[in-house]
Design a protein around this ligand. Sequence first.
Ligand SMILES: C[S@@+](CC[C@H](N)C(=O)[O-])C[C@H]1O[C@@H](n2cnc3c(N)ncnc32)[C@H](O)[C@@H]1O
Length: 213
Amino acid sequence: MAALAGSGGSVIDVGTDHGYVPVYFALEGLFSRIAASDIGKGPLQSAKSSAREYGVEDKIEFYLSDGLKSVPGPFDTVVIAGMGGETMVDIISGCPWVGTSKLVLQPQSKTAELAMWLNDNGFVCRAAGLVEDAGKLYVAFSAATGDGGFDLMGALLEGRDPLLKRCLSRERGRLLRAVQGMERGGRQDGHQYSRLLGELETVEKAMEEAAKW
Ligand SMILES: C[S@@+](CC[C@H](N)C(=O)[O-])C[C@H]1O[C@@H](n2cnc3c(N)ncnc32)[C@H](O)[C@@H]1O
């Protein structure tokens, strides 16, 4: 997340919980203004404890807030990690200034829905990467408003992430199982079936592309 966030200007980590991301920013001196927010008092307390432990409590602003609602923005960079894609859409769409920010997102679920929302609302994918933890693969990416559409797969292919081939093969298996399940249940008419076929096609094309590396 920190690599995708880069440096310079102001940054906020929304749903910070343990607070490791803003603590890292503060320790490395990467941003001139650093904030951390969470909807829960307990997680926000835990972020303050981390900051105290690392001696950077005075370098971070802390906000108890649902998304960005009670946060004095704007921020140049907004980091949101470890939540469902639908919660991220709620947070981003509820904020009037977020269109001028760079977003750094790591969805736990509903990535396709989040990507679709970003595409429909004028965001492009600037960079993307994969991380493996305890056998699970996670995608993280940066986004900003711009022209050309939101192409997460294109950014992953461009980054030649070493985990991408494994991720694509898992994703293909998941999509094939879902498609076959719908076919067995005779549910080939609906929107969801054609969306799955579209996703499968994208994954298979990306696999062909990655096979050339
Ligand atoms: C699984 S933790 C992720 C922590 C950290 N960002 C990470 O990726 O390791 C999710 C955190 O998001 C917070 N959260 C959930 N919904 C939120 C919202 N609408 N606004 C702010 N924080 C939220 C939770 O309280 C929790 O601390």
